[in-house]
Design a protein. Structure first.
Length: 292
């Protein structure tokens, strides 16, 4: 079951002594994250005030983390994620990019068997605004509010947040599912958690042209939609390409795929956003009751 960690949730960083791990440790501690331990294959002891262990098993036994954030190379990501899965850490965030698809599949299946939640690969993590940060999301771009963002493209999520904040609408939660073709978690479990989140009044989805996650979300949302749902999917202007096909989609026009997703989402009562420059204004006008 997906959940939103807060300032009380104990967090583990795997790869804490890597360049990214060390930097994100500083950011996490500055922004309220309850970082209780790290794991490193290079050193043990302490990184500042944070105890560093040689294995996840030893860190879990000592500190009982509920979340693990993995900062690994693409070659080591699978083993590191499987180590966290084996220790039954409830929420695992894999920030690693360029993970081989076969490794991503192994991660996903292992997490499903262990009944733990996996975000990623290539997830920027979770930001519970003004409470805790787990991952690589730049906290300085966010201010508190009541719009949650769930997305595949991290850069577009950050652009959306910037637009919303410039219009006086802040962010409650930001969740990056990961931009890779094969990821561990879909939109639906995060939406379920947001339904119960009192600080969130509306949700923005930043989707992708490939896959069926948006269709699954439409099926879920049409059954129960207590909060406004806005959706933007990039790629409508991309031309068909045989040189750099998108996982078997070389014979498909992206605009056709997006149009089909749009139809299903509109039937479910979701609100559609046509272009990236209109994300903030569309949400603002809808929440404030202004006409388009």
């Amino acid at each position: 079951m997906f959940f939103f960690p807060d300032q009380k949730t104990p967090v583990l960083f795997q790869g804490i002594t890597t360049i990214m791990g060390s930097y994100q440790t500083e950011q996490a501690l500055k922004n309220g994250t309850n970082l209780v331990a790290g794991v490193s294959h290079e050193m043990t002891g302490k990184l500042g005030t944070i105890p560093v262990y040689p294995t996840v098993e030893k860190a879990v036994r000592a500190k009982h983390p509920q979340v693990s954030v993995v900062f690994s190379t693409s070659q080591n990501a699978l083993n590191d994620v499987l180590e966290a899965v084996k220790s039954k850490i409830p929420l695992i965030i894999c920030t690693t990019e360029h993970v081989p698809m076969h490794d991503a599949l192994k991660m996903k299946l292992a997490a499903q068997r262990a009944k733990v939640t996996l975000l990623g690969p290539s997830s920027a993590g979770i930001l519970n605004v003004e409470k805790a940060i787990m991952g690589t999301i730049p906290v300085r771009l966010f201010k508190g509010g009541n719009v949650a963002i769930i997305g595949r493209s991290a850069s577009l999520m950050f652009e959306a947040a910037s637009q919303l904040i410039s219009l006086g609408l802040g962010i409650s939660k930001c969740v990056s599912l990961g931009a890779d073709h094969l990821i561990g978690t879909s939109f639906v479990p995060v939406m379920e958690a947001l339904y119960a989140d009192k600080s969130t009044k509306a949700v923005l989805i930043v989707g992708q042209v490939h896959g069926t996650l948006e269709q699954e979300l439409a099926d879920f949302y049409k059954k129960k939609h207590p909060k406004k749902l806005f959706v933007y999917i990039p790629g409508k202007k991309l031309a068909r390409s045989d040189k750099t096909p998108l996982l078997g989609m070389q014979s498909v026009l992206f605009s056709d795929v997006i149009e089909n997703k749009k139809k299903q989402l509109l039937k479910s009562k979701a609100l559609w956003i046509e272009s990236p420059d209109k994300i903030g204004k569309t949400i603002f006008d809808s929440l404030k009751g202004k006409k388009k």
